[in-house]
Write a protein that binds this ligand. Structure first.
Ligand code: SIN
Length: 508
């Protein structure tokens, strides 16, 4: 089963070749067009989640390095902001093209540091690279407005201008796509950036910068600083509070997002936050259950369940509950193949680290101790490595169990029953999260009602995957602020300027 819809068919030979393609690995950070160490000369190791063995080291940078990177981005902004949209479009398209030539190399590095199966890494690459292509086009369509004036001798002009340096803080679950989705958009708008990738997955970010350098992205437009968990707070403070920073763009947990939002508030910085989800996956009796379960596998087991848009709560109508659970269990057993990302045929890799694996295991254990029933899975898969957890299906989950309401971020599907459409809506909306939601029904009126009533930024009707460069990606409530992808994703990185031209009357 392909957990991402791309052409990822691959034979054993190709797997073996990809496995050796790590020659783009970098061990230095990238500031102002130079590959640099931390000023302290400290480094930290990056681990392969499948084996827990180091695959490389990168600089462990601190606040001083972060400041240096912000200064470089601010200097580069003075020039980049004045390039034409056409020039920016060309640069982005060159970056897209060079990345495309290195598709297998990037995917191999993604698998090495994020653990995802190679087929999924290729899928993430294609998804991520499509943002560069899309923003290369969008760059040339960032337009202003001339609106009708209430005064006969005055004209109102509205323009969009790049807002400056953007601090880009990216997560470990989609280390390539989250960079291209943010950096493609901000570069199209005329901004420059400092990227701080997750300490679990800095290598993909450095490869992206390396390919940007080859594509001729001018020095200082993209800077990448790497830091360990110990330095994350100090680096984050500079990235949120330096006077030269105009916007903080973050994808990650709601917990960290709130801290960054607080830090950015002191300078009244713009924020673009893409935070945690708690997606309901609602199945009505009219749905085609075989198809719906195939979509459920995509929505749940993509990246071993480590996706903010991943289905977190399966809400199934009572009339089809037992049948849905039986089909789901059988398909999990037949189609989900655990294993290290380089194993041919594996489509569910490890969790990113031991902490994440422990968190998932403890959610399942607590639910089971309170009466939830394991239909399949329910334990670590230590035969593959310490961070592997079995693809799991739980039923009989109750509101007093943490797994009922918490974002799981692992390969664990939790099914509950509902009786009516109103009840489904009430359960689905009873959360402070509001990112993605999924509805399966053949009743057109019901589909429209659900689209209108679900309190989520994104609603997928009869589909398990909704991400692409063209639609606006983002959440409401505590799932975030702002949108990524689409033209709205570019506009996030612009300021609206109103200019009044007065004195147009003759003789003035
Ligand atoms: C996420 O889980 O944060 C991103 C997933 C996506 O872009 O589809």
């Amino acid at each position: 089963m392909e957990l991402i819809r791309v052409n990822t068919s691959m034979n054993l030979n190709k797997f073996l070749i990809l496995n050796r393609r790590l020659h783009l690995l970098k061990s230095k950070a990238y500031i102002n067009g130079d590959w640099v160490n931390a000023q302290s000369n400290k480094t930290f190791s990056v681990l392969d989640p499948s084996t827990d063995k180091p695959i490389g080291t990168v600089p462990d940078m601190d606040a001083t390095d972060a400041k240096r990177a912000v200064d470089a981005a601010a200097e580069a902004f003075k020039t980049w902001r004045n390039t034409t949209a056409k020039e920016r479009s060309y640069v982005l398209r060159r970056w897209f093209g060079i990345c495309k030539e290195n598709r297998d190399n990037v995917a191999a590095i993604l698998t090495a540091e994020a653990g995802k199966p190679l087929s999924e890494s290729l899928g993430e690459f294609d998804y991520g690279n499509a943002f560069l292509e899309f923003f290369a086009d969008t760059a040339r369509h960032i337009n202003g407005e001339i609106v009708s004036s209430p005064w006969p001798n005055k004209q109102i002009l509205i323009t969009r201008q790049p807002l400056g340096v953007v601090s880009v803080i990216t997560p470990w679950n989609f280390p390539y796509a989250m960079i291209t989705r943010k950096v493609g958009a901000l570069m199209a708008a005329g901004c420059t950036c400092v990227i701080k990738p997750s300490e679990d997955t800095p290598l993909t970010a450095l490869v992206a910068a390396q390919l940007a350098e080859q594509a001729g992205v001018p020095k200082g437009v993209i800077n990448v600083i790497t830091s360990s968990r110990e330095n994350a707070a100090a680096v984050g403070k500079v990235m949120c509070q330096d006077p030269n920073v105009g916007c903080v763009s973050f994808t990650g947990s709601t917990f960290v997002g709130k801290i960054l939002y607080g830090l950015a508030a002191s300078g009244v910085k713009r924020v673009a936050l893409e935070l945690g989800g708690n997606a309901p996956f609602i199945v009505f009796p009219s749905a085609d259950l075989e198809y719906t379960v195939d979509q459920a596998l995509l929505a749940k087991f993509r990246n071993a369940g480590q996706a903010c848009v991943g289905a977190n709560r399966f809400l199934i109508h009572k009339d089809v509950f037992d049948e849905f659970v039986t089909i789901f269990k059988n398909k999990i057993s037949a189609k989900i193949k655990l294993g290290p990302g380089t194993n041919p045929g594996a489509n569910c890799g490890p969790l990113i680290n031991a902490t994440q694996a422990k968190m998932v295991a403890s959610l399942v254990d607590e639910a089971v101790s309170k009466g939830a029933k394991v239909e399949i899975g329910g334990k670590y898969a230590k035969q593959f490595g310490t961070n592997f957890y079995e693809a799991t299906l739980l039923v009989g989950v109750k509101p007093d169990m943490k797994i009922y309401s918490q974002e799981i971020f692992g390969p664990v599907a939790v099914c509950s029953k509902f009786n009516t459409e109103d009840e489904a809506l009430q359960i689905a909306n009873n959360t402070r999260s509001g990112l993605a939601s999924y509805v399966f029904t053949k009743d057109l009126g019901q589909a429209f009602r659900m689209s209108r009533e679900l309190e989520f930024g994104m609603v997928a009707i009869n589909d398990g995957i909704l991400s692409a460069p063209e639609p606006p990606f983002g959440g409401i409530k505590e799932s975030g602020i702002g949108r990524e992808g689409s033209r709205h994703g570019v506009e996030e990185y612009t300021d609206i300027k109103y200019t009044l031209f007065s004195g147009l009357a003759k003789g003035m």
